[in-house]
Design a protein around this ligand. Structure first.
Ligand SMILES: Nc1ncnc2c1ncn2[C@@H]1O[C@H](COP(=O)(O)OP(=O)(O)OP(=O)(O)O)[C@@H](O)[C@H]1O
Ligand SMILES: [Mg+2]
Length: 145
């Protein structure tokens, strides 16, 4: 979507401090695709989108991937709710089914990770995904249970 964002006067910054992960490619593509899709969809119409994507190693052999936007943001009371199926937030002026983030959360969990959000209404949102650096670590642990 870089082309689409550039064409609308926005920007995309990518900072991959952690460059490799052993995981499930299709699941990761779906997670990041949904987050980026939302960042574009819920941009403030009067403010060019600034999208930043970062990855960095964190404790316990994990990687944190952040998708940050300066879009319309999410009201505090909805921060947990948006990960539930069919739940949406704010004005219903944009088409959506409320499925994307529920899917993201279940995919993240299946990869041994978790997803959280930090957001200020009217200012922007940061979605933070934490995943095992190597899915085999997680599968190993799950297999022993
Ligand atoms: N980056 C974001 N900025 C502001 N609001 C967001 C953002 N991402 C999600 N939301 C809010 O969370 C709600 C749930 O998002 P989710 O992706 O699950 O559903 P959706 O985008 O409405 O529909 P779809 O199923 O097509 O993805 C959205 O309706 C929107 O209100
Ligand atoms: Mg969505």
């Amino acid at each position: 979507v870089r082309h689409q964002i550039d064409a609308a006067g926005g920007s995309v910054t990518i900072d991959m401090a952690a460059r490799s992960i052993v995981s499930d490619r299709l699941s990761l593509e779906q997670i990041l695709g949904n987050l980026v899709d939302n960042a574009v969809k819920y941009a403030e119409p009067d403010r060019p989108l600034a999208l930043a994507i970062r990855s960095r190693p964190v404790a316990r052999r994990r990687i944190e991937i952040e998708v940050e936007d300066n879009g319309r943001g999410i009201a505090p009371e909805d921060h947990a709710r948006i990960f539930e199926l069919f739940r949406r937030s704010g004005p219903q002026d944009i088409k959506g089914d409320g499925i994307g983030l529920a899917h993201v959360r279940s995919l993240a969990r299946r990869l041994g990770g978790e997803i959280t959000v930090q957001s200020q209404l009217g200012k922007g949102s940061t979605f933070r995904l934490r995943l095992p650096i190597d899915l085999r670590d997680f599968v190993g642990v799950a297999g022993e249970r």
